[in-house]
Each structure stands twice: as C-alpha cells, then as structure tokens.
Ligand binder design. Structure first.
Ligand SMILES: C[C@@](CO)(OP(=O)(O)O)[C@H](O)COP(=O)(O)OP(=O)(O)OC[C@H]1O[C@@H](n2ccc(N)nc2=O)[C@H](O)[C@@H]1O
Ligand SMILES: Nc1ncnc2c1ncn2[C@@H]1O[C@H](COP(=O)(O)OP(=O)(O)O)[C@@H](O)[C@H]1O
Length: 321
C-alpha cells in the first residue's frame, strides 16, 4: 500500500531588533543576564519543510554561502530536537528543509534563530503534532536565546538570557531602515569584547527599561527614538569601528535615531513614518557606508504557516548601496 505523503509546509518568520538591550553580569553557565525589549520586523526568512527523496537542508538567498547546509544548521537542530521530543527520526522520515534567507547572516537580527523557530512550526504542521505554543517555546529556548522571541513575534520584554518573554503593548507601527554590513559579527565574540571593555573601563550602559515601555504604549516614534539603547553597541563598534560612520550617516540622512541591532553589525534606524523611511533608505544607500539597505516595519507576528510552495511571497523593498 502506498503511504500518503503530506504536502510541504512553508513558514514565514520575522527578524528582530532590540529596542533596549541591558546586559548584566556573566552567569555561571557563561550566558549574560539580559533585560531586553524585542520588536519583530517585516524583514523575513521563509522555511519550507517537506518529505523528499533526500533528507537534509538547502539554503538560498541573502548570505546563503555562509550558512551550514548540514546538521549544524539551526533549523535542522530544531527539527532534530522536535523529532526527538515526539520519538521520531527526521532522517528516516526523509525530512528536507529549504531555507530562503532575507535576514542577514551573523547580523544581530536573529536570522538563524528565526529559521529554527520556523522549522519548529513547519514540522509541527507537517506531522500534525498537537503541541501547544508553550511546548514549542520550551524546545525553542533550548536551541538559542532568541528563538522563543521570533516564534512569538510582536513586541516583548525578554529576561533571563533573553528567552523568558512577556508581551509588551505597542500601539503603533514603527518604520525602520536597516543597513547591512559587508561581513557579519560573531555573537559570542561581541559579548566577550563587552566583558573586556568592562574590565578595562566603564562603557556606556542603557538606563531603565520602563520609559521604553511607556514610549511603546504611547506609539510616539520621536519619544521612542530618544530611548533606543544597546549595551552591546560599544563592543560591536570596538570590533568594527566603521559602524560609527554608518550610525552617523543614518541620522544625517534624516532618521530619528540609530542603534546597532543586538550584537551587530546591522544598524537599525527608526524613522518618523513610511515615507521618511524610504527617503532615509535612498540617501543612506548612496552614502557608501554599508553593503545594502532595506526598509522594514514592526511589530509583526512571529513564525506563521503561509501555505504551500506556490503561496505568494511579498518581498520587502530593497535599495542596493
Ligand atoms: C545578542 C542577542 C540579543 O537579542 O541577539 P543577536 O545579536 O545574536 O541576534 C542575543 O542575546 C543572542 O541570542 P542567540 O543568538 O540566540 O545566542 P545563543 O545561541 O543563545 O548564544 C550564543 C552565545 O552568545 C553569548 N550569549 C548569548 C546570550 C546571552 N544572554 N548571553 C551571552 O553571553 C554566549 O557566549 C553564547 O554562547
Ligand atoms: N539557518 C541559519 N541561518 C543563519 N545562520 C545560521 C543558520 N544555522 C546556523 N547558522 C550559523 O549561526 C551563526 C549566525 O547566526 P545568525 O542568527 O544569522 O546571527 P545573529 O546571532 O547575529 O543574529 C553563523 O555562524 C551561521 O553560520
């Protein structure tokens, strides 16, 4: 008798920017205690999970050559964890993962984490697993600190190593311009650089998180712009001094404020509205300070099934530098 092969499942998953990133002390497990406000952005990856002749991973799109197409891929690690959780073997089940990247690799925008979150949602749908979002969030947290947030989406306060989330009220759609750098930065290296800077001196620290939450509730981009802050920025700039110029160029181009996204090197610029974002993107792309510029908005939902392989795929406007 022929087995019924389920149709492929495609999931769209957002990137993230940290509006506020307070890095505390190093814990015994090597992670730093964080207080962060995440916002999910419309710059996305898409992950298809299918039953195919050959199990494995393939990667296409933005930075694909720098992403492992093997068991080290975070999406495959997620597939493996979830399969183990339900007592199945993804290789024997001929699971193939196809990743289309829009999120820069090693860019501080949680691209690998996004693919892991998307793979969890896609495999759950393919295998019709009756798992709640809480079960998925627990598996997600074991894969990486950012994975639970991109699964969840929206705007959220993250504590612990970033995996403990509380949704945050955000009334407004915020408009962003993202400047991709020519090369990525390694997250552990940036945390280590911050430890070094702190051992030697007193790099700037972000203030309290409450004013950020109030600015989000008010929905006023000018108020939020004054409060964007990231303790990892000094470390990212120390490792990649050219980012100082990029941050200045975004503000000179008319952004309300700019920040390094997470561990960088992507710079995120908050703009007054959608038109302003397009103007800033056009000017920044001609300034010669980055590889590529994108516009995006947030908050957007977390990892969501978008249907089969022929589902329509809106791509974000792109401006090449
Ligand atoms: C910095 C942040 C801010 O949102 O994002 P990115 O810039 O990487 O996107 C995150 O904390 C990154 O989360 P994620 O990329 O999932 O990191 P993980 O895989 O959990 O950890 C990678 C490494 O980063 C360091 N790390 C990560 C999180 C944390 N709270 N403290 C740490 O010191 C550790 O060296 C760890 O081994
Ligand atoms: N699916 C994936 N997408 C991107 N990077 C991945 C993926 N799987 C593994 N990686 C590896 O993870 C590292 C960076 O992850 P990424 O999430 O893009 O960066 P960041 O932590 O700065 O947001 C790189 O070394 C990359 O090779």
């Amino acid at each position: 008798m022929l087995a019924v092969v389920p149709p492929p499942v495609t999931v769209r998953v957002p990137s993230k920017v940290n509006l506020h990133l307070d890095v505390g002390d190093v814990r015994e497990d090597g992670y730093h205690e964080l207080t962060t406000v995440f916002q999910a952005l419309s710059l996305t990856d898409e992950v298809t999970v299918a039953v195919a002749d050959e199990p494995g991973v393939e990667v296409h799109g933005e930075g694909a050559t720098n992403v492992p197409a093997n068991a080290k891929n975070l999406a495959w690690r997620a597939i493996d964890e979830l399969a183990r959780h339900v007592g199945r073997d993804p290789v024997k089940a001929n699971i193939r993962v196809i990743i289309r990247k829009g999120i820069p690799v090693s860019g501080g925008m949680a691209g690998g984490s996004a693919d892991a979150a998307a793979a969890l949602v896609a495999l759950s749908a393919l295998w019709r697993l009756e798992l709640g979002r809480d079960d998925l969030a627990t598996i997600a947290g074991a894969i990486g600190s950012d994975v639970p947030f991109v699964l969840h989406g929206g705007t959220a306060l993250g504590t612990g190593r970033g995996e403990r989330l509380v949704p945050v009220l955000s009334r407004h759609t915020f408009h962003w311009v993202l400047a991709f750098d020519r090369r990525g930065l390694s997250t552990p290296r940036v945390f280590t650089e911050l430890d070094r800077l702190r051992a030697e001196g007193d790099p700037p620290r972000v203030g309290a998180v409450e004013p950020v939450l109030e600015a989000l509730a008010s929905g006023e981009p000018r108020q939020l712009a004054l409060l964007l802050g990231n303790d990892l920025q000094a470390a990212a700039v120390s490792l990649r001094p050219g980012l100082r110029r990029t941050l200045r160029a975004g503000v000179d181009a008319g952004a309300l404020a700019g920040t390094v996204s997470g561990s960088g090197p992507t710079c995120a610029f908050l703009c007054e509205d959608a038109d302003a974002a397009l103007r800033v993107a056009a000017e920044l792309s001609g300034a010669g300070v980055c590889r590529t510029v994108r516009v995006a908005h947030g908050p957007v939902p977390g990892a969501r099934v978008i249907g089969g392989d022929d589902a329509p795929r809106p791509t974000p406007p792109e401006v090449h530098a």
